[in-house]
Structures are given as C-alpha cells and as structure tokens.
Design a protein around this ligand. Structure first.
Ligand code: ZN
Length: 304
C-alpha cells in the first residue's frame, strides 16, 4: 500500500492557452483530452488534473463519473465567434461517442462600448429555423442582447448563441468540447479554408422553448455580499464581493473552483491576485478568504 499523502488545501493549475480564428482562450481548470491543466504545487506537482481525477478521487469526495465534471475558461473574443449550439447529454452520448453534453455560463469581465451577444432565436419551429438558415436571414433569425461587465448568462444546451467581438469573459461549462456551428460568417482560417458547419446536428438539438432566466440573488455577509447566479444539475455559480474582511467558505460541494475577479487577498497564507484560478479539493471547505476581493465560485452539486 502506498503511503497516503495528506491532501493539499488548494491546487494551482497551469492554464492551457489556445488561439482561434476569433481570438484566444485560456483553459484555467481543465481535464479534457483537448486540454489538461498541469498541477503546480504539492505532492502531485507535474501531474495533470485529469490524472488526479482518475487516480485520487478522494480529492473530489469520491464523486462518480468517467470525466472531471467542469471546465473553466477565460475567453477573449477579438472578433465574433461562430453562431453555434451545443447538444445535451443524451444527444452527445448517442452521437458523439459517449461525450458529455454542454451547458455553459458566462460572467462578463470586460466589454467594449455597445458590445453584444447572440442569445436565442425567433423561429417558432424547425421549419421556420431551416427557412431562416437557408435564406441566410441571420438578423431576422437571431436574438441579440447588449452586454456589460458584471453581467451573467446561462446558456442551456440547445440554445443558439455567440460571443461577439470586444468581450472578455469567464466561462463555466460541462466538461465537453462539442460545438455545432450554424454559421461562421464565411470566414477563412489560416489555411484559407472555411471551418466546417454542422447544420443537421444543429437543427436536431436547437430548442424552441423560451429559456427561463434565473434572476441572481444577492445576500449580505458580515463583510460584503454573496450573489448566486445559477444553480443547475451540472454546476452552481456564485460571486463573492468581500470588502476589508473575510469569509469562511462553507459550500457543501465535492470540490470548489475559484477565480479571482478583482482586488487581492489571501487564502490562508496563499496570496490571491486578480486573474488567478484555483481548485479546492474536498475536505478543504473550512477555508477563509480574506481581503478586499471579488471572486467567482463554481462547483458541481452533490446530487450529481
Ligand atoms: Zn458555446
């Protein structure tokens, strides 16, 4: 029997950087075959988060599942991302070799003046949607919403969406890399090719119901506030704004992902600075964050 090493209170990960036709992204907390973040500290330094998930499930409260459940990214959109949609778990399992579906959500870090997102559509049914697509009537088909820093959006699987240029955001999503593109502005990539579209699969998964918007709820803490943005079966996302004080993290979750949005502070003796993301393993929930600091907390619910 190998000696059981004591569990780290926190795990720092090296982001995986990627560039795209529309800008760049940084996979901050990721355990996917297309990007697996390296552990920077403690007993498992040099291993990946995917390795830790496969070999030390006690770090994650012995949560079930073949793959680590979440993926946290920073997305920098210099120009518009493709008009896209993601499948749900059922569809992805059947049509994408057992992959996970993709619900995702966005916290807007920066947005240029008059920035906007594509979110949802105006078609009542599949025939109407096909008609808009065939005739290239994208302005009539798609809904566009204005965006400001600090906004939060939940994008259910089946909801058509696109991040437009001039936006930097944090994305919390199911651990999936499956995107169906409906339209890519007829752009050419660095090799002079158009990126593939997936019209049939897109039409299979697009939903025609109005998405219910969860209104964020904010509560006062001893030093600052806590805002609950969304609670889904896949992830919960909350924001803490701590003003000259401290907060005890008492979330009941298998593990926590923290991303520092603004300000500075400490987690125990670890300095926390803007832009940093870290993972707190199970059993490490009794930790205090101190400072003048805002951070986003993402975690899977226990029932999952
Ligand atoms: Zn997406």
């Amino acid at each position: 029997m190998p000696l059981k090493k004591s569990m780290e209170k926190y795990i720092l990960l090296t982001p995986v950087k990627k560039t795209a036709i529309w800008g760049s992204e940084s996979w901050l907390i990721a355990a996917h075959e297309n990007g697996d973040t390296l552990i920077q500290n403690g007993a498992w330094k040099g291993k990946t988060l995917g390795w830790l998930w496969r070999n030390h499930r006690e770090y994650f409260a012995d949560m079930a599942g073949e793959r680590f459940p979440l993926l946290i990214k920073e997305i920098i959109a210099e120009s518009d991302l493709s008009i896209q949609v993601h499948p749900n778990n059922e569809y992805a399992q059947e049509h994408e070799q057992g992959a996970s579906g993709k619900n995702e959500c966005w916290y807007i870090l920066d947005a240029k003046p008059n920035a906007s997102l594509i979110m949802g559509h105006n078609a009542k049914n599949k025939v109407e949607a096909e008609n808009y697509i065939q005739h290239g009537q994208w302005n009539e088909f798609l809904k566009e919403v204005p965006v400001n820093p600090g906004d939060f959006y939940q994008i259910d699987a089946g909801c058509i969406h696109s991040i437009k240029g001039g936006i930097r955001l944090l994305e919390v999503q199911q651990n999936s890399d499956i995107t169906y593109r409906l339209y890519d502005y007829d752009r050419l990539d660095q090799y002079g090719r158009k990126r593939p579209l997936h019209l049939k699969k897109s039409l299979d998964v697009i939903t025609f119901k109005d998405t219910k918007i969860q209104v964020p709820s904010t509560q006062n803490l001893e030093f600052g506030t806590k805002t609950v943005f969304v609670e889904t079966p896949y992830y919960h996302v909350e924001k803490y704004d701590i003003i000259e004080g401290e907060v005890l993290l008492d979330c009941q979750a298998p593990f926590l992902c923290i991303s520092i949005l603004d300000g500075a502070g400490f987690l125990d003796s670890l300095p926390l600075v803007k832009g940093m993301s870290l993972l707190l393993p199970h059993q490490c929930q009794e930790l205090t964050i101190k400072g003048n600091i805002s951070f986003l907390l993402a975690f899977p619910p226990y029932s999952n």
